[in-house]
Design a protein around this ligand. Structure first.
Ligand SMILES: [Fe+2]
Length: 391
């Protein structure tokens, strides 16, 4: 009973969204059923009711598979893709509902209209419904798997001369799952190796759930190279998958050292780079408790923290540079009325790219994989190459 109650409390935000979407879809179905053409045709009415039932069924399935006790009854790919399609369909149906409202404001196409006006009205109606579907399809089937190399120069005024030009390659938010193949990850690792970086870094979220192929992910990461080594920090999904200890132990065997509230000093010429890492820092909890001692006042301090929201505290604790992921750059990001709309903005102001606070800097990579919805829009997946510079 308490398991059920706890699960429902955790699922409450999803339950609210599900209820809203079902309500919107229900209103949409009634609206279509009231159209004169549909009302007069028995097969059309039946098709609308069947479509509504299928839609409700898909959304209910997508919601229920978030519970492990339900998900175990389905093959991994089924529940992951089922949830992904459910979220995609929910978004699309809401966009179509908005399209229906907008199209009702358009004048009806009348025979008295000129052929040119009829064409424009028809094209406007097609665009209202076609553009959201085409955009979602592009983000799901094209942009999601187009991993590219992103290069960023980070200017750090206090950078020791011997660290000037140091190159860090970062892989983050891999989320190896039915949404990302081992082959795609191997491609990203090859891309990272081509940069011949000084240090290679993996900043968390190797997988999404405990059912995902963590060993395969570590197998692909075994090929990752950095002159001075390969290091990492844990993400929130390592907690959800209960895989932090397993990841640390098995990664160490393939030469990747996960810094779990720990630091290591790397020497480059006369300069020391103090590389520190912390486990995932939960939102709305005090950040970086006990991390101050990881900073070395005599060295240049770089912090690996999956969650970028720690940045102001990290800067205050003496970390001149913080490297993060977690946000996926918003994953699905659209601009509406000049406003950058994405879900990550609700959690943090550090969504994507370079941020500064005094002499300290933060870089947030969009990462490689996806969660929930197998789609990337306006936030393409990336391998990040960071050049540290004095000017
Ligand atoms: Fe992630």
């Amino acid at each position: 009973m308490s398991y059920l109650l706890n699960s429902l409390i955790r699922a409450l935000p999803d339950l609210i969204v599900l209820t809203l979407v079902l309500l919107i879809q229900g209103i949409g179905a009634v609206w279509i059923l009231r159209k004169p053409g549909v009302r007069a045709s028995q097969p059309a009415r039946r098709a609308v009711l069947l479509g509504a039932a299928a839609s409700f069924g898909l959304l209910a399935f997508a919601f229920l598979t978030r519970f492990a006790r339900v998900a175990i009854h389905f093959p991994d790919g089924w529940s992951t893709w089922g949830r992904g399609f459910g979220i995609g369909w929910a978004l699309l149906s809401v966009a179509w509902m908005a399209g229906m409202i907008a199209s009702s404001w358009l004048p009806n196409i009348q025979p008295r209209h000129s052929p040119a006006r009829r064409r424009v009205l028809r094209a406007a109606r097609v665009a209202l419904f076609g553009v959201p579907a085409a955009t979602l399809a592009y983000g799901t089937f094209i942009q999601r798997s187009r991993i590219s190399l992103r290069e960023e120069r980070i200017v750090l005024p206090n950078l020791p001369a011997d660290l000037d030009g140091l190159r860090l390659v970062q892989l983050t938010d891999i989320h190896l799952s039915p949404f990302l193949s081992v082959r795609e990850l191997e491609g990203a690792v090859a891309m990272a190796n081509e940069t011949r970086a000084n240090i290679a870094l993996v900043t968390g979220d190797l997988i999404t759930t405990g059912n995902d192929p963590l060993d395969a992910c570590l197998g692909a990461l075994a090929g990752l190279r950095g002159d001075a080594g390969v290091f990492g920090c844990m993400g929130n999904h390592e907690i959800y998958a209960n895989s932090e200890d397993y990841t640390a132990v098995h990664a160490a065997r393939i030469g990747i050292r996960f810094l779990r509230n720990a630091a290591t000093r790397l020497r480059f010429g006369n300069a020391t780079l103090n590389l520190a890492g912390v486990d995932y820092q939960r939102y709305r909890k005090p950040y970086l408790l006990g991390a101050r001692k990881l900073a070395d006042p005599g060295a240049f301090n770089l912090l690996l923290s999956h969650n970028p929201d720690v940045f102001p505290i990290a800067a205050e604790q003496g970390f001149q540079f913080t490297l993060s992921g977690h946000t996926h750059g918003g994953q699905v990001r659209v601009e509406i009325l000049g406003q950058d709309m994405n879900i990550a903005r609700f959690f943090t102001r550090y969504v994507d790219g370079v941020y500064r606070q005094g002499p300290a800097s933060l870089f947030v990579s969009r990462g490689i994989g996806t969660i929930g919805l197998p789609t990337r829009l306006g936030a393409p997946p990336e391998v990040a190459l960071i050049h540290l510079c004095r000017t």
